[in-house]
Design a protein around this ligand. Structure first.
Ligand SMILES: [Zn+2]
Ligand SMILES: [Zn+2]
Length: 427
C-alpha cells in the first residue's frame, strides 16, 4: 500500500490523501484551502479529478469546508462516502447558503448521491478494509478511519480532540475499534502551541452558566455547525434560567441532531430539556428582519435572554430593537476578527463592535494529548498532515516516535518502508 498526500503536508486547509494498492485508489477528503493559508490552486490527480475512476472512491472525514468544500468540482462518477448525520447537517447548511453561494446549489444536488457509513461498521472498497471511527471535533459526526490493505494498516485521524464532551470514551474506543496499527496519519493543527493545554469544553460550559446567570442579556456569535458548543450553550441557558433563541435555520440544525440516530444522541447533551430552543420569528413583509412585537420585548426585558447570532443585517437589526444591556460573546476562532489577515470577516468585526468577551476552545487536539494518543496506539511511524509546520512536528515527537515528513504529491510505500532513516530511528 502506498500513501500520497496530494495536499496538506505543510498547510492546514484542503488536505487530500490517497491510499493506493494494486491499482485501487482510496482518497480521504477533498476540501478548500483556508483563506489565510498558502495556495496550491486546483489539484490534478489521476483517478480523482480525471482519468479512470472505476477503482476510485472518496471518504469524507467531516463537513468542514476544508475537508468537503471542493467535492462539487469532482467528476460525477466518483463514489463518495460520509457520515449520515454529517450529510444531513451539510444539506441544511447548503440549502441555507445556496441562494448566496451557487456552489451550494451543486452541493445540495451532489449530497443526494453521497453514500453513508456507520461508526464501527467495517466496509470494503476493492482491497481496502475501512473502519469509520467516531471522534470528537467541532464538527458533529466526524470520523477517523482505520484503513487496511496489503497486510498494512493506517489510522487516519481526521480532525479531532481529547478535550471535548465526548472525549472521555476515546481511549476505550481506540482499544476496541482500532487496536494496533502500523501508521498514524495525524492532524497537527496546533503544533505551533506545543505547550498549550486546551480548555475543556465542559469547563467552558461552566463559564457560560456563570455568565448567563450574572448577565441578563447575552448574544453569542458562533459557527452554526459547531454542534457541541451550540448544545452546550443551550443547556447552560436552561441551567441559568434564561430563554434561549436561535433563528429558523439554526433550529433546523438542532432538530437534525436531536432526531438523528447517531450513537451519541442518547446523551442528554443532544436532547431538548424542559424548554425547547425558541425560533426567532421573521417579519411577514420583510424577510430580512426578525419580527419584534411589544410583548416579545416585554418578555425579554423581564426574563433576559441568550441569543445565538451570526453576523448579518438581520441580527444587527434585531439587537438594535430588543431591550437589555447586551453582553456580546465571540465563541469561535478569533482570527476572523483580526484585521489585516485574509481570514478577516469585516461584518463579524462590525457586529461585535470591539466590545465582546472571547469564550472559545479549540476543535483540535493539543500536543500533550497527542502524545498520550501516540502512547496508546504505538505506531511504527507517524505522518503529520493538516499542519502549517511539519518540521516542528518532527522536532517535537521524534524523541519517541519515528516521524515521516512527507511533501505534497510525493508517494511512499507503507509496505516496504523498512530502512528509512527517520529522526535517527531506523524502522
Ligand atoms: Zn474540522
Ligand atoms: Zn480541518
Amino acid at each position: 500500500m502506498t500513501i500520497t498526500i496530494h495536499r496538506g503536508t505543510d498547510q492546514i486547509g484542503g488536505c487530500v490523501t490517497e491510499y493506493e494498492y494494486n491499482g485501487w485508489h482510496l482518497f480521504v477528503d477533498y476540501g478548500e484551502e483556508l483563506p489565510n493559508g498558502p495556495k496550491t490552486g486546483e489539484l490534478q490527480v489521476e483517478g480523482l479529478t480525471h482519468g479512470n475512476l472505476s477503482k476510485s472512491a472518496l471518504l469524507i472525514t467531516h463537513y468542514h469546508g476544508d475537508h468537503i468544500g471542493s467535492i462539487t468540482k469532482l467528476p460525477e462518477a466518483l463514489p463518495i462516502y460520509m457520515g449520515e448525520v454529517a450529510r444531513e447537517i451539510q444539506k441544511v447548511l447548503s440549502n441555507h447558503l445556496k441562494t448566496v453561494m451557487p456552489a451550494h446549489q451543486e452541493m445540495v444536488k451532489l449530497l443526494q448521491k453521497v453514500q453513508t457509513f456507520k461508526a464501527g461498521h467495517d466496509f470494503t472498497f476493492g482491497p481496502f478494509k475501512i473502519r469509520p471511527v467516531t471522534v470528537d471535533h467541532s464538527a458533529f459526526d466526524a470520523y477517523a478511519f482505520r484503513i487496511e490493505a496489503d497486510g498494512v494498516s493506517a489510522y487516519h485521524t481526521g480532525d479531532f480532540r481529547l478535550h471535548g464532551f465526548r472525549s472521555n470514551k476515546f481511549f476505550k474506543m481506540l482499544e476496541q475499534f482500532v487496536g494496533k496499527v502500523d501508521y498514524v496519519v495525524c492532524e497537527a493543527t496546533n503544533i505551533m502551541r506545543p505547550n498549550a493545554t486546551s480548555k475543556k469544553e465542559s469547563a467552558l460550559q461552566r463559564d457560560f452558566v456563570s455568565l448567563f446567570k450574572e448577565k441578563k442579556s447575552t448574544v453569542v456569535y458562533l459557527s452554526s455547525t459547531n454542534i457541541d458548543r451550540l448544545f452546550s450553550l443551550y443547556h447552560a441557558a436552561l441551567k441559568a434560567g434564561r430563554p434561549f433563541y436561535v433563528d429558523g435555520y439554526q433550529k433546523q440544525i438542532m432538530d437534525v441532531v436531536v432526531n438523528s440516530k447517531s450513537i451519541w444522541t442518547n446523551s442528554p447533551l443532544y436532547q431538548y430539556g424542559k424548554y425547547k430552543p425558541e425560533s426567532l420569528l421573521y417579519h411577514k413583509s420583510d424577510k430580512n428582519r426578525f419580527f419584534v412585537s411589544d410583548s416579545f420585548k416585554e418578555f425579554l426585558d423581564k426574563k433576559g435572554y441568550v441569543i445565538i447570532a451570526r453576523s448579518s443585517e438581520r441580527f444587527d437589526n434585531l439587537l438594535e430593537q430588543i431591550p437589555g444591556e447586551k453582553q456580546k460573546v465571540l465563541s469561535m476562532w478569533n482570527g476572523y476578527v483580526k484585521e489585516g489577515t485574509e481570514a478577516y470577516n469585516e461584518n463579524l468585526a462590525n457586529s461585535l463592535d470591539g466590545e465582546y468577551d472571547y469564550m472559545h476552545t479549540s476543535g483540535h487536539i493539543d500536543m500533550k494529548d497527542l502524545r498520550k494518543f501516540f502512547h496508546q496506539l504505538r505506531p511504527k511511524a507517524i505522518i503529520p498532515i493538516h499542519t502549517d509546520s511539519p518540521d516542528e512536528f518532527v522536532k517535537l515527537f521524534c524523541d519517541e516516535w519515528p516521524v515521516i515528513r512527507l511533501y505534497d504529491g510525493l508517494s511512499i510505500s507503507l509496505t516496504s518502508i523498512s530502512g528509512v532513516d527517520l529522526c535517527g530511528t531506523k524502522i
